[in-house]
Design a binder for this molecule. Structure first.
Ligand code: GTP
Ligand code: MG
Ligand code: ZN
Length: 286
């Protein structure tokens, strides 16, 4: 049977990219009951019907699944923040990074709107590359950093993720002007984007697929076990084994090397605070 990848879903109909081109598909029989369980990025088997249309017969096993944005089989997440307008939401950025780390998905941090404050953009870049993430400064408007961004996309399925208004769609338009993705202004008063992009869509760009996604501001992290959370902070890893207690969760325990690294300034305080927030959410009983 012919295989393809779901690139877009519109009210029960799906665009499936196959080697033979784009096929508009409905869902076959029992799959229809699972409509809400089918994600952009899903690999599927389809059968052909009349007039170039088709039917999704089967969803192939998923390698992974992100909740926000909702997308399956992702190779890497590009977390996008703007330097300002809107100002970075550090906790949300960490939530996105942690979600990806827990699933073992690679992350790249893109600091967009670098044109608005290049010095601040460089500071943010240093902050995230210090944590170990590949980091790029871009400007979708002034067309900076685009070649490097494009080079990251080659041969991979990438999803953009970040707050509304940081310039995700603008960046993709700058990479490929034929896309014509809708973009929206950031409110001067509230410093918020307008939630212009409404659905997840996979686009063939730079020799790979990139998902433009709606911006969001909430993301609940649900590690399988609270102990897993510490490993989603890459800069903690080299200290964890040195803690006095096995099973140290790096809160109030004595002899905690993670906390000492925070005191010495080797781990950013903000990151450690975010770890504690996410830990409390994952294990409210502690
Ligand atoms: N100065 C500057 N403005 C930018 C840049 N990139 C985007 N913008 C502006 O930021 C606003 C929001 O851009 P969008 O591309 O719609 O943002 P988005 O992240 O796709 O937002 P949602 O679809 O709502 O999640 C628009 O007014 C863009 O022109 C940039 O690099 N520099
Ligand atoms: Mg958008
Ligand atoms: Zn510890």
């Amino acid at each position: 049977m012919e295989q393809g990848i779901i690139v877009k879903g519109i009210g029960g109909t799906y665009e499936v990219q196959t080697e033979g081109g784009l096929v508009l598909c409905s869902l076959r029989g029992r799959l229809r009951l699972r409509d809400d369980r089918i994600l952009v990025g899903d690999r599927v088997e389809i059968s052909r019907e009349a007039q170039g249309r088709g039917a999704v017969e089967k969803i192939l096993p998923r390698r992974n699944e992100l909740t926000r944005p909702a997308i399956a089989n992702v190779d890497q997440v590009i977390v996008v923040s703007s330097v300002q307008n809107p100002a970075p939401n550090y906790l949300l950025l960490d939530r996105i990074l942690v979600q990806a780390e827990l699933l073992g998905i690679d992350c790249i941090v893109v600091i967009n709107k670098g044109d608005l404050d290049p010095a601040r953009a460089a500071e943010l870049q240093a902050m995230y590359s210090g944590i170990s993430y590949p980091t790029l400064v871009t400007s979708g408007v002034e067309k900076q950093g685009l070649e490097q961004l494009k080079a990251c996309l080659q041969g991979r399925v990438t999803t953009l993720a970040g707050p509304s208004g940081v310039g995700k769609s603008t960046l993709l338009n700058a990479l490929d002007s034929s896309l014509n993705l809708e973009t929206g202004k950031v409110s001067v008063k509230t410093q918020r984007g307008k939630h212009t992009t409404r659905s997840v869509e996979l686009l063939p760009i730079g020799g790979g697929y990139v998902a433009d996604t709606p911006g969001f501001s909430r993301l609940q992290i649900e590690p399988r076990q609270e102990r897993d959370l510490q490993f989603a902070f890459p800069e903690f890893r080299k200290y964890i084994d040195g803690c006095q207690f096995r099973g140290c969760l790096h809160r109030q325990e004595p002899g905690c090397q993670v906390k000492e690294a925070v005191c010495r300034g080797e781990i950013l305080e903000k990151r450690y605070e975010h770890y504690l927030i996410l830990l409390a959410e994952a294990a409210p009983s502690y």
